[in-house]
Design a protein around this ligand. Structure first.
Ligand SMILES: *Cc1c(COP(=O)(O)O)cnc(C)c1O
Length: 377
């Protein structure tokens, strides 16, 4: 059987990883500034993570959500402590898109309304509900009726207020920082104004922190820089450091009803063991602070390179533009400088490394990028 051919791939295969590096079968070392798409939070093959998963697999890998699973409570407690949202409740699922789907349903159950407001440039996943609130017609099929979803430009609070005035919207969904759009940060004050507008109109505010969360920006969730508390927060990518797991953090005013949400695999024993290991490591190694410190340094160093435009972001969630083709630059970074980076559109490069990236590794990346830029046009 052949694979259904939907991904554009580099002809390189990492077979082993360690911290911020991956290696191919020939032993070539690649510096990983991409983290497998913001997924690698505590680093590749972290020993504590490997031990926790291995021991759990040997003990009990899976049982369904029809019986007690104390690992879920442990994970919820760790996540409450790390995020500061101890008074919220956690619903566990398997991926980012699924977390958003469940958040949209919760908002609709809670308000009795059907419409959702989303933003230009938004990416919220590829499953049917999540893709409807994603601003990319190329990945939305005819099956996805968009009648319930409207879009307004990011940062346009006036447009948001006009939409919400009639109190017909169940929810507004917004990324802490837009990732797929090329690292677009909400302007100062926008998230606070959005919180006020949603509160005033009884609209649920959903913060999609799937890419921007889990410590990446130097706060546990990116929206915490704005000092707001959303009603629902979705998380996934960095949560399992590669083991598939996602979750919705749910504010106290939401009422749980038996059977209203559910999943077969969500919150299983292996996934919880992986996510607990991630949470423990983030706390023990001070990775949120590291992301802030090393991210600040990386931003500052990148801003000294004249070939880069609009170096932007927060912590270890960084984007910049180049005049030529970003995909050509990234391809040459892989094959000539042995560095993985991410893309976003024709001219943007995205950096989403493991949160434990060291200052020396950040400097090493800047040196390799600089070397390549000397003959890149
Ligand atoms: C990756 C991503 C998703 C989708 O997550 P999946 O695990 O791929 O379903 C949703 N929202 C944002 C902001 C993302 O970056």
């Amino acid at each position: 059987m052949e694979l259904f051919d939907v991904y554009s791939l580099y002809p390189v295969e990492p077979v082993r990883g360690s911290g911020s590096y991956v290696y191919d079968a020939a032993g070539t070392e690649y510096l990983d500034l991409y983290g497998g798409h913001a997924v690698i939070s505590i680093g590749h093959a972290h020993p504590h993570y490997v031990r926790m998963i291995s021991e759990q697999a040997a003990r009990l890998g899976f049982y369904s959500n029809s019986v007690e699973n104390s690992l879920q409570h442990t994970l919820a407690e760790r996540l409450g402590a790390l995020s500061g949202y101890d008074d919220y409740r956690l619903f566990l699922c398997n991926s980012g898109a699924e977390a958003n789907e469940n958040a949209l349903k919760l908002a609709s159950f809670h308000t009795g309304r059907a419409k959702v407001l989303a933003f230009g440039g938004a990416f919220h996943g590829r499953t049917s509900g999540a893709v409807e609130v994603t601003d990319n017609p190329a990945i939305r099929s005819p099956f996805n009726a968009t009648a319930n979803v409207e879009f307004v430009p990011l940062n346009d609070i006036g447009a948001v207020e006009r939409k919400l005035a009639a109190r017909e919207f169940a929810a507004v969904i917004v990324e802490g920082i837009q990732g797929v759009a090329g690292i677009r940060c909400p302007e100062e004050g926008f998230l606070r104004a959005l919180r006020e507008a949603t509160e005033r109109t009884g609209t649920v505010l959903i913060l999609d922190e799937i890419q921007s969360g889990y410590g990446r920006t130097g706060r546990f969730f990116a929206h915490q820089w704005a000092g707001i508390r959303p009603d629902l927060i979705t998380t996934a990518k960095g949560m399992g450091n590669g083991f598939p797991i996602g979750g919705v953090l749910i504010a106290p005013q939401f009422e749980a009803r038996k059977g209203m949400l559910g999943t077969t695999f969500g919150g299983n024993h292996l996934a919880c063991a992986a996510a607990i290991a991630v949470a423990d490591t983030i706390a023990a190694e001070g990775l949120v602070e590291n992301a802030r410190r090393v991210g600040d340094r990386l931003l500052e160093r990148l801003r000294t390179l004249p070939a880069l435009h609009d170096v932007r972001g927060r912590g270890l969630m960084i984007g910049f533009d180049v005049e030529g083709s970003a995909s050509e630059l990234r391809r040459r970074l892989v094959f000539e400088q042995h560095v993985f980076t991410g893309g976003a559109g024709a001219h943007t490069v995205r950096l989403l490394p493991a949160l434990g990236l060291s200052e020396a590794q950040a400097d090493e990346f800047v040196a390799r990028l600089k070397a390549l830029l000397e003959d890149f046009h």
